[in-house]
Each structure stands twice: as C-alpha cells, then as structure tokens.
Design a protein around this ligand. Structure first.
Ligand SMILES: Cc1cc2nc3c(=O)[nH]c(=O)nc-3n(C[C@H](O)[C@H](O)[C@H](O)COP(=O)(O)OP(=O)(O)OC[C@H]3O[C@@H](n4cnc5c(N)ncnc54)[C@H](O)[C@@H]3O)c2cc1C
Length: 484
C-alpha cells in the first residue's frame, strides 16, 4: 500500500477487440495520463498493463520542485549554465501548466505551496550555494538564505514557489475530465510491429491497436530491442518511509550529499506524517533492502515499530541527467528518465510529446535535451548485473528462506505464517537471479527491476509473466497465465 492509495482511482475495462486510433499512449502513470489529457478529443487512447497509477507514480512522494540536486543544481555546479537555464525554464513552465490545470478544472488534490531547501552538511558547498543563489536570482527566483532550525543540516538555500500535492487525487481530477477518452487497464502491449503508415501494437490478450502515433510512457523501450534494455539509462532504487510527526512543518528539503535524502510532510486522516526518501542506489549495486530501510530509519531516528508505511521503488536516471523526451523514429515518441523528478518532468513529457505530435512550434527545451539513443556503457552494466546476480552473497536472507534442488534447478522455499511459497527465482525476462526483498516480501530483479510476489506472480515488468512453479515444471502451463 502506498499512502496515496486512500484515493480509489476509477476502474477501466480491459481491451477485448481490435482498434484503430490516431495515437496510442502506452502506460498509465503521470506521463501517460497527462499526455492523454493534452490530446483529449484527438482520437487518442491509453493502455495500462495493470491499474492506472500503479507504476512508479504510486510510490512517489509528490513534491513538485525544480530545485533538484541531481539535475538543475548539478548542471549549474558542472558549469553548464545555459543548460541549467533552459532546464529551469522548462520546469517552471511545466509547474505553471500543472497549476493552471488544477485551478481551471477545480482539481482538489491538496496542492499547497511550500518552501523547498537544498541543504548540505559540508561547509565547502556553501560556495556553490551562493553562486547558485545568484543564478536563481538572475532568473527571477526569490531565494531564501536562512535554513529553518528544524532541518538538521546547516548549509543551503531555499525557494518559495514549489509545491506538494496528492498525486492520486490529481490523477483522479484529470480522469474526471476525460470521461470521453478511451482508457484500458490490464492491457499490456507485448509487441509493436512497424507497418508502412501505421504501428501495430499487440496486447497480451491477442488484440491489435493500429495507430499513426505511438507514445511510450511506460519507461522501457521494449520495442527497440528487448535484450538491450535499458540502453541509455540506469535504474535506481529508492526507499521511502512514512511516520507520524507532531507537526506539518510545511517545507521540503533535499540533502545534496550522497546518498541523497529528501523530506516532505503530509496530512492524512487528521494526523501529520513525514515522508522520507533516501538510500538511492543503482539497482545493480545492492540487493539488501532490509539494510537500506534500516539505514533510513537510523538517519531519521525513527524506530521500526513507529514507521507507518515503507516501500521501495525503481525509477530511471539517464547518463546526462536529462529526461528522454524524444521522437525516436517517425511518429514514435518516448517520455521517461526524469531522474526521480517525474511530477514536473512528466508534465514536460506530456507537453513536448503532444506538441511534437501536432507539430506545434517547438518548445524551448526540446533542442537542448537529447543525447544519442544508444549508450553501450549501460549494456555492460546490465551484463555485469547479470553476472553478479548469480553470485550475490545473500547472507541477509532469513532462515525461513531455503533453497532446494528440483530437476537440477535451485527452487526457493519461503515459509511465511505457516504457509510455504515455492518459486523458481530466475527472471523470465533475461535470466537474472532474483533477490528476495524481505521487507516488502517480493522477488526483485537486480538487472531490470521486474518484480514478483512471494508466490511468483508478476507485479511489474519488463518480464511478461510470473515465476510460479508451474513455469518451472512446464513452460506451456505457465504461459497460459499470459494469454495467447
Ligand atoms: C521513492 C520515489 C519518490 C519519488 N518522489 C518524487 C517527488 O517527490 N517528486 C517528483 O517529481 N518525482 C518523484 N519521484 C519520481 C516520480 O514518481 C516518477 O518519475 C513518475 O511517477 C514517473 O511517472 P511515469 O508515468 O513516467 O511512470 P509510471 O508511473 O511508472 O507509469 C508507467 C506505467 O506504464 C505501465 N506499463 C509498463 N509496461 C507497459 C506495457 N507494456 N503496456 C502497457 N502499460 C505498461 C506500468 O504498469 C505503469 O503504470 C519519485 C520516485 C521514487 C521512486
């Protein structure tokens, strides 16, 4: 459960026929839903593999903030002032568009202005902060130089016009204004075939959607070449804990030192909660989720028993810290890679993609944004993850998890509340060994972030089916769970 799931989003049917449309949007997270919103009335449809919002969006902490340590601040620190300026402008325009939708369509989503701070424990960073502060001022931003005493880091700067909101209430508000748009849930695109003037998108249930334009808003360029995913990005896992606090301090902050941590507050059922995100790492580099959760709890001096909710999630970071919002081939668009800043980033994605589809004058950010599509370095890191996955020392596993050989293959047996859960812990996507996440009781892929529950059912792709024992015993039986 994520904290936003107190709001139930509308349910949509599963696609059970062939269709022809102008634009298909694949993926129903922040990017997909907002792209559909930009394209409403224009013969577009959205397909979502599971439920709307069930991807990374579900576990976001919902800060709408342009003061980002791994993008704006890092561009500036590296001397890329022009890029920082273009990025800042694009972020401000996206936030202002989001704000205007919220006001114009009366979307009640707990959207509140808060101050946001970028903080550090190192005095050396003060030098960067003061020149960054001049940069922000030159770009019309009011800068706060005093850090509130309740933030445990002494150095930093802040800004005022940043926001927090309830992402599911926001999505619900947008969806209520798209009653005529076609949305399908539990409809996964498994293959895309390029025709002469159209793309043919095949669903897991064997239906086909013919479209002139395809918008990939589901992260993974699976259409490109499945085995080379991801080709220009790395996947980072972040951990989130939510606990009750006496007061909503009405600010957000981000620690610039690694591992970054960020904080916001939220009011929920008449209580105040603090949401802390941190321990972010490349998924190929660590598998001990319990240790990361414990580190985060230690950092915020909160006892495990006082944590109300905890979860981890994987997002996409690009090699040059710019989002990938691009027409990768004619009429085929990709919007992802927001460096864990997808609230405003997804609005930028939706605006750019819809403006590219309509060939409206290019938005300023477009020209400066792109890098080659192919980054061999990440293929190596993927390959490295594959090899390491086979040799991880899984000494953090509990005694309730054991391995037993069956027909020459190591099966995992996990005992939980007197029940035995048996899976073949190898990812059907590319054969990486899965790691058991004791905290969330899931099997996670350290190569490409597919996720399975303790019975082996698929929770998240790019894998296309689960790892239940049936699959091990008889491939054809398991494939039945993935319709023809
Ligand atoms: C812990 C954490 C905290 C964060 N906090 C913040 C924050 O405070 N502020 C901020 O700006 N950003 C934050 N982010 C980042 C932000 O949440 C994400 O960047 C954003 O939600 C991405 O939205 P999306 O629509 O691109 O992706 P998703 O929400 O992942 O949507 C993609 C959808 O595509 C679907 N899909 C996948 N494959 C297929 C297929 N083949 N066919 C059909 N559908 C498919 C998936 O089921 C999924 O629903 C955070 C991220 C993390 C991990």
């Amino acid at each position: 459960m994520s904290i936003w799931e107190d709001v139930v989003l509308p349910a949509y049917p599963t696609l059970n026929k062939n269709l022809e449309v102008d634009t298909i949007i694949i993926g129903g997270g922040m990017t997909g839903v907002q792209t559909l919103f930009c394209l409403r009335g224009k013969n577009a449809l959205l397909v979502e593999a599971r439920k709307i919002g069930s991807g990374v969006t579900k576990n976001t902490s919902g800060k709408i903030n342009y003061l980002q340590e791994n993008a704006l601040f890092s561009f500036y620190k590296k001397g890329k002032v022009k890029l920082a300026q273009a990025y800042l402008q694009a972020e401000l325009e996206s936030i202002s568009l989001m704000k205007s939708w919220i006001h114009q369509y009366h979307i009640d989503c707990d959207f509140k202005e808060v101050s946001s701070y970028l903080v550090s424990k190192k005095v050396q960073n003060q030098r960067y902060f003061s020149s960054f502060s001049s940069f922000l001022k030159q770009n019309g931003i009011d800068v706060l130089t005093r850090i509130p005493k309740s933030i445990p880091y002494p150095y930093g700067i802040g800004v005022k016009n940043t926001y927090v909101f309830h992402p599911f209430k926001y999505l619900k508000g947008l969806l209520e204004h798209m009653k005529r748009e076609r949305i399908y849930e539990n409809t996964e695109i498994v293959k895309i075939v390029t025709g002469q003037n159209y793309y043919y998108c095949h669903t897991n249930l064997g239906y086909c959607i013919r479209a002139k334009n395809v918008v990939v808003a589901c992260h993974y360029p699976f259409f490109f070449f499945p085995s080379f995913f991801p080709v220009q990005t790395s996947l980072v896992k972040s951990y989130e804990i939510v606990f009750e606090v006496p007061k909503n301090l009405k600010y957000t902050y981000i620690l610039v030192e690694k591992p970054n941590t960020s904080v916001r507050f939220v009011d929920f059922q008449k209580k105040h909660y603090q949401i802390c995100v941190g321990e972010t790492h490349d998924i190929t580099k660590s598998g001990n989720d319990l240790w990361h959760f414990q580190n985060l709890e230690r950092l915020f001096s909160v006892a495990d028993s006082s944590v109300y909710l905890k979860y981890s999630n994987v997002d996409i970071v690009t090699a040059d810290h710019l989002p990938i919002i691009k027409e990768v081939k004619p009429h085929f668009y990709l919007a992802t890679g927001y460096q864990t800043w997808g609230m405003s980033g997804s609005v930028l994605g939706a605006r750019l993609v819809s403006s590219m589809i309509f060939q409206t004058p290019t938005l300023r950010f477009k020209d400066s944004s792109f890098h080659p599509f192919f980054y061999p370095v990440h293929i190596f890191s993927s390959a490295k993850a594959f090899l390491f996955s086979k040799h991880y020392q899984k000494d953090w596993y509990p005694s309730s998890l054991t391995f037993s050989f069956l027909q020459g293959k190591a099966m995992a047996l996990y005992r939980c509340h007197g029940k035995l859960h048996l899976v073949y812990p190898v990812c059907p996507h590319m054969g990486c060994s899965l790691l058991f996440n004791i905290v969330e009781q899931t099997w996670d892929c350290p190569c490409h972030s597919s996720r399975f529950d303790m019975d082996g059912n698929l929770l998240k792709g790019p894998a296309l089916h689960g790892i239940c024992v049936n699959f091990f015993c008889d491939k054809n039986v398991a494939k039945k769970s993935k319709p023809e």
